[in-house]
Ligand binder design. Structure first.
Ligand SMILES: C[S@@+](CC[C@H](N)C(=O)[O-])C[C@H]1O[C@@H](n2cnc3c(N)ncnc32)[C@H](O)[C@@H]1O
Length: 308
C-alpha cells in the first residue's frame, strides 16, 4: 500500500471512512468509530482504517478497544507507518527509545511540499535561527565542514549561510531531502537515519554538527551523542534544539518523555550528563520558544556543546 493511502480500493468502504472522518471532526467519536468499523467489514486489511478506528475509540474513551485496533494495524503493517506503537506507548505512559522509522519517514514524506509554508509562515518556526544565534553566543564563527542532522527541507543550511564552507545533510524522508536539494545549499545529501549515517563518517572529520527540531523525534539520545562526539574534530561543536521537558508536570525518569503530540521532550540535566559522558562541554544553553503548536508556544532548550 502506498504511503498514507486513504483509499481501500473499495468505493463504499472509502465513503464510510470519509463519513467517519467528518463525524470525528465534529467530535462525534463513537459514531465515527462505528463507521470505521463498517468500512473495515468491507476492507478488513485496510491499515489506515484500523489506525483511524484506534484514534476514534481512544477519543471516545474506549481505551481497551482502541488498543485492539492499534494492535491490528501493527499486525497488518509491522513497519508501523502510522505510528500505532507510539499510541500504544502513550496509553501505557511509556516512552520507546525511538519511534518507528517508517512512521517518521512517512510523516515527513507526506508533509514535505508544504513544510516550509506551514512551519515558517503559520507556526512561526525559528529553531534554525535560534541555533545560529546560539553559535554566535558560543563564539563559533565560520567553519569548514558541517553536518545537518535531520536536515528536512534545508532551513538550517539557509540559517547558516555564509558561516559554513561545506554542509552535508541527512534525513530519513526522501521527499524532504528532495526539497532540500532544490535549495542548492548542501554539498551532499543522504536519505538515512542520523545515527547510522554519522556512524559511517570518518572520525574527527567535522567542525560542526547541527540538529534543528529533530531530536524531538528520538527518545534516547545516547546513540546520537556517541555518534556525534566521534565525528567532531578537536574544536568541533554540536548545536541543537530539543523540546524542554517540564519535570514538575512530566515524567523525567528516563531523561525524556513521549508527548501526546507524538514528539519527545528532553530533560536538561540528562542532556548535560550525556555531554559529559561523551567529552562534550556545554558552551551555551537557552530556554526559548521554538514554534507554535495549536496556538501555544513550544518551549525548548537550544544548546551548543564543544569538544573537550
Ligand atoms: C521538524 S523537521 C526539521 C527539519 C529541519 N531540521 C528544519 O529545521 O527545518 C524534522 C526532520 O527530522 C527528520 N528525522 C527525524 N528523525 C530522524 C532520524 N532518526 N534520522 C534522520 N532524520 C530524521 C524528519 O524526517 C524531518 O525531516
Amino acid at each position: 500500500m502506498p504511503l498514507f493511502d486513504l483509499s481501500s480500493g473499495d468505493p463504499i468502504a472509502d465513503k464510510r471512512f470519509a463519513l467517519a472522518q467528518s463525524y470525528e471532526e465534529a467530535g462525534e467519536f463513537a459514531i465515527a468509530a462505528d463507521l470505521y468499523e463498517q468500512a473495515l467489514e468491507i476492507a478488513p486489511d485496510w491499515v489506515a482504517a484500523w489506525y483511524a478506528l484506534g484514534n476514534a475509540r481512544l477519543r471516545a474513551d474506549d481505551g481497551e478497544a482502541a488498543r485492539l485496533a492499534y494492535e491490528r494495524s501493527l499486525v497488518l503493517d509491522p513497519d508501523d507507518l502510522f505510528g500505532a506503537r507510539l499510541k500504544l506507548a502513550l496509553m501505557d505512559a511509556a516512552a520507546p527509545a525511538a519511534p518507528p522509522r517508517a512512521y517518521v519517514a512517512g510523516l515527513f514524506d507526506q508533509y514535505a511540499e508544504k513544510f516550509d509554508h506551514v512551519l515558517v509562515d503559520k507556526l512561526q518556526y525559528r529553531a534554525p535561527q535560534l541555533i545560529a544565534a546560539a553559535l554566535d553566543d558560543a563564539g563559533i564563527g565560520e567553519v569548514a565542514a558541517a553536518l545537518d542532522l535531520g536536515c528536512g527541507t534545508g532551513l538550517m543550511a539557509a540559517a547558516l549561510a555564509g558561516r559554513v564552507l561545506a554542509i552535508d545533510g541527512v534525513d530519513l524522508s526522501a521527499a524532504m531531502v528532495e526539497e532540500a536539494r532544490a535549495k542548492g545549499l548542501y554539498r551532499r545529501l543522504s536519505v538515512d537515519d542520523i545515527v547510522a549515517h554519522t556512524d559511517g563518517l570518518e572520525a574527527g572529520s567535522l567542525d560542526l554538527v547541527v540538529a534543528a527540531d529533530v531530536l524531538c523525534y528520538l527518545g534516547d539520545l545516547e546513540p546520537v551523542f556517541a555518534a556525534v562526539a566521534r565525528v567532531l574534530g578537536p574544536d568541533g561543536a554540536f548545536a541543537f534544539s530539543v523540546e524542554a521537558l517540564d519535570a514538575e508536570t512530566e515524567n523525567d525518569t528516563l531523561g525524556y518523555t513521549l508527548r501526546g503530540s507524538m514528539r519527545y521532550a528532553h530533560d536538561l540535566n540528562s542532556l548535560i550528563d550525556l555531554g559529559q559522558t561523551h567529552d562534550l562541554t556545554i558552551a551555551t544553553v537557552k530556554l526559548d520558544w521554538l514554534r507554535l503548536d495549536r496556538g501555544e508556544p513550544i518551549l525548548g532548550f537550544v544548546m551548543v556543546f564543544r569538544r573537550g
